[in-house]
Write a protein that binds this ligand. Structure first.
Ligand code: NAP
Length: 245
C-alpha cells in the first residue's frame, strides 16, 4: 500500500497501457482518476474494476489537447479528492504516413494530443503539487522518440518532444520535491499496435532481444515504481521498456 493517501490522474486510461497503469496504481492504494476522450463505457468499466477491489476511482472525460477541458478535469479531480499527487501523461494517438504523404491534419492531431496534451496536463497539475511540495509527473514517450521510425515522423517528433519536455520540467520543479520522468515503451500489445501489418510486427519481434512483445503491465510496473517514494532520487530520466530492441 505504498501509494495509500495518494491521488493519481492517468490520461487515456480507458484501455491499453493507461488502463494497466491505473489498475496498478490503485492496487498500491492510490485513488485514481481515469481520463478518457470517447470511451466512456470502457473508462467506467475500469472504474468498476477498481471500486470492486475496495479502492476509489472516478472517470473524467476530457480531450487532453483542449485547454478548457483539461482545466475542468483538474477541477473535478480536486473537487473529489482535494489534490493531485501523481500525473501520468499517457494519452496518445498515431496517424502514420510517410512524410511526403503526411496530411497536415495527421501532423497536427498527433502533436496536439501527444505533446500539447502532456504540456497542458502538466501545467495544470503542477500548481497544487508545488504547494504541497510533493509530486510525480510520469509521461509515456516511446522508443520512436529515441531512435525514430519510418512512417512516424509526427509520432516520433511528439515523443522526442515529451522527452525534452520531461527533462526541462524536472529542472524547473526539482527544488519543490517534484520529479518528472518518462518511460519509453517498445512494442506493447494494445489496440494501437494491433492494427499494424504482420510484416512490421515480425520485423519488430526479430529486433527484440527477449523475442516477445510487451504487455501493458510491463509498463505499469515501471510507472508505479517511478510514482513511489522508492524512486524519490530519480528525475529527468527516460526508462526504456522495450524487451531489448
Ligand atoms: P490505445 O490502446 O490506443 O489507448 C489510447 C488511450 O488514449 C485511450 O484510452 C484513448 O481514449 C486515449 N486518448 C486518445 N486520445 C485522447 C485525447 N485526445 N484525450 C484523452 N484521451 C485520449 O494506446 P496504448 O497502446 O495503450 O498507448 C498508450 C500510450 O503509450 C500512448 O501515449 C502511446 O503513444 C504510448 N506507447 C504505446 C506503445 C505500444 O506499443 N502500444 C509503444 C510506445 C508508446 P479514448 O478511446 O476515449 O479516446
Amino acid at each position: 500500500m505504498e501509494l495509500e493517501d495518494k491521488v493519481s490522474l492517468v490520461t487515456g486510461a480507458s484501455r491499453g497501457i493507461g488502463r494497466a497503469i491505473a489498475l496498478k496504481l490503485a492496487s498500491l492504494g492510490s485513488k485514481v482518476a481515469i481520463n478518457y476522450r470517447e470511451g466512456e463505457v470502457a473508462a467506467n468499466s475500469v472504474v468498476r474494476e477498481i471500486v470492486s477491489q475496495d479502492r476509489e476511482a472516478i472517470s473524467v472525460k476530457a480531450d487532453v489537447a483542449d485547454s478548457k477541458a483539461v482545466k475542468a478535469m483538474m477541477q473535478k479531480v480536486n473537487a473529489e479528492w482535494g489534490k493531485i499527487d501523481i500525473l501520468v501523461n499517457n494519452a496518445g494517438i498515431t496517424r502514420d504516413n510517410l512524410l511526403l504523404r503526411m496530411p497536415d491534419k495527421a501532423w497536427d492531431d498527433v502533436l496536439n494530443t501527444n505533446l500539447r496534451g502532456a504540456y497542458l496536463c502538466t501545467k495544470f497539475a503542477l500548481r497544487p503539487m508545488i504547494k504541497q511540495q510533493w509530486g510525480r509527473i510520469i509521461s509515456v514517450a516511446s522508443i520512436a522518440g529515441l531512435i525514430g521510425n519510418a512512417g512516424q515522423t509526427n509520432y516520433s517528433a511528439s515523443k522526442a518532444g515529451i522527452i525534452a519536455f520531461t527533462k526541462s520540467v524536472a529542472r524547473e520543479v526539482g527544488s519543490r520535491n517534484i520529479t518528472a520522468n518518462a518511460v519509453a515503451p517498445g512494442f506493447i500489445k494494445t489496440q494501437m499496435t494491433e492494427k499494424l501489418p504482420d510484416a512490421i510486427k515480425e520485423s519488430i519481434l526479430s529486433m527484440t532481444s527477449l523475442r516477445r512483445f510487451g504487455e501493458p503491465e510491463d509498463v505499469a510496473e515501471v510507472v508505479a515504481f517511478l510514482a513511489s517514494d522508492r524512486a524519490s532520487y530519480i528525475t529527468g530520466q527516460v526508462i526504456s521498456i522495450d524487451g531489448g530492441i
